[in-house]
Design a protein around this ligand. Structure first.
Ligand SMILES: [Fe+2]
Ligand SMILES: [Fe+2]
Length: 391
């Protein structure tokens, strides 16, 4: 189901708004004449995008907007700022959010994000406070980074630092379960997934008693690992049907694209850039984009791959239902050794299967020195640096 319903009196008129939203949130276009109050009950956000605004449309809009909750989560889209009379008319109907399509996609996306932000606040009020606070810090950073990327503006990656800095604390005090539960509220699939991956990656680092610096690297890489996907329309990422060759190739560009973005903006540790680039590589060389093998894949990257694979399998996709944690771990056990690091997977397993462990994993009192930045495997520090390279 789409996260945003676009109500239109003619499909062609709604396609402009749909295209603008489609970069961030899944959307569906529905004919205004066929839509009732009941149809909108469970819809997170609604955009009224109407070509005509004659007596028939006015009657229908009025009927829908009489419901306070529908009015709250609705946006009235107007083609141009020159149409002042229509804006006044929308205000008179009670619309609090009016956007002008000629202001461009960011204005429309921001208006939708503002509605979702209200939902998050309401839902997280009672939730674990640290997970909620971390969710907002991460969400704010990722949405801003995504918006800057799509507008081809310089991206301030440093925005992600405060959120990444909060992840491991929230996970250690309230448990990774709360972090992932908060992440699942997000309506942007990349934000939802990235916040969860950051939580799982930090939890894996905690299970291995890693130093705080390593936990920060894990959370930061988790948050940024799919940044390249922010330039791929959600409609393609979430496509229900089979992807053609070109579409698969486009999606598979995201690790290299993400690394390129991070390199261009600067200020991100090389080991993070490398892990973003290689989070879909497998130990046996069967991954992408470069088919890197074994030692060429850093321990940080291997850890994020485990967090990423587990998060992806347990998330619902348009083309398949979510797997249970046990099913996901069983699938990953079949990949252990050949594709993913068996020792790291063994450390990850209790985090997601042992509920007592998942609830809270206290930080070690005297963790060792940081290892991940130097490419040292946390389970085999005596072996020294792995041969990962930053290209
Ligand atoms: Fe990815
Ligand atoms: Fe991912």
């Amino acid at each position: 189901m789409g996260e945003v319903f676009i109500l239109s009196d003619r499909p062609s008129g709604a396609s402009v708004a749909a295209k603008m939203i489609d970069q961030v949130y899944p959307s569906e276009v529905h004919p205004l004449a066929m839509t009732s109050v009941d149809d909108l009950a469970d819809v997170p956000a609604v955009i009224f995008s109407l070509g005509n605004f004659g007596p028939v449309e006015i009657r229908q809009v009025r009927a829908l907007c009489e419901e306070v909750e529908i009015c709250r989560k609705s946006i009235f889209a107007i083609r141009s700022r020159s149409e002042r009379a229509r804006a006044m008319q929308a205000e008179a109907f009670g619309f609090k959010r009016i956007v002008f399509l000629d202001d461009g996609s960011p204005a429309v996306q921001d208006a939708v994000s503002a509605i979702f932000e209200e939902d998050y606040k309401a839902a997280l009020e009672k939730a674990a406070p640290l997970a909620g606070d971390t969710f907002f810090a991460c969400s704010k950073a990722l949405l801003a980074i995504g918006s800057e990327l799509r507008q081809l503006k310089p991206v301030r990656i440093s925005r992600a630092l405060p959120g990444a800095g909060k992840v491991s604390h929230a996970v250690s005090i309230e448990g990774v379960g709360q972090m992932v539960k908060a992440a699942s509220l997000h309506h942007d699939p990349t934000c939802r997934h990235s916040i969860a991956v950051a939580g799982y990656a930090a939890a894996l680092g905690q299970a291995l008693d890693l130093a705080e610096e390593d936990l920060r690297l894990l959370a930061m890489t988790g948050l940024l690992h799919d940044i390249g996907k922010m330039l791929i329309p959600v409609s393609l990422q979430e496509k229900a049907g089979r992807l053609d060759h070109g579409e698969v190739a486009r999606i598979r560009e995201h690790p290299e694209l993400g690394a390129k973005i991070l390199r261009m903006q600067g200020g991100v540790e090389p080991v993070v850039v490398q892990a973003v680039r290689s989070h879909h590589e497998y130990l046996d060389g069967s991954g992408y984009p470069f088919g890197l093998k074994g030692e060429r894949i850093s321990p940080l990257s291997r850890m994020v791959t485990i967090a990423d694979t587990f998060a992806a399998l347990t998330e619902r996709r348009a083309y398949r239902p979510a797997k249970s944690p046990a099913e996901a771990i069983a699938i990953m056990a079949g990949m252990a050794g050949s594709k993913i690091d068996a020792g790291l997977l063994a450390a990850f397993r209790p985090i997601v299967l042992d509920t007592a462990f998942a609830r809270r994993h206290p930080l070690p009192k005297s963790p060792g020195r940081p290892v991940l930045k130097e490419g040292i495997h946390p389970l085999r520090p005596e072996e020294g640096n792995s041969r990962w390279t930053v290209a």
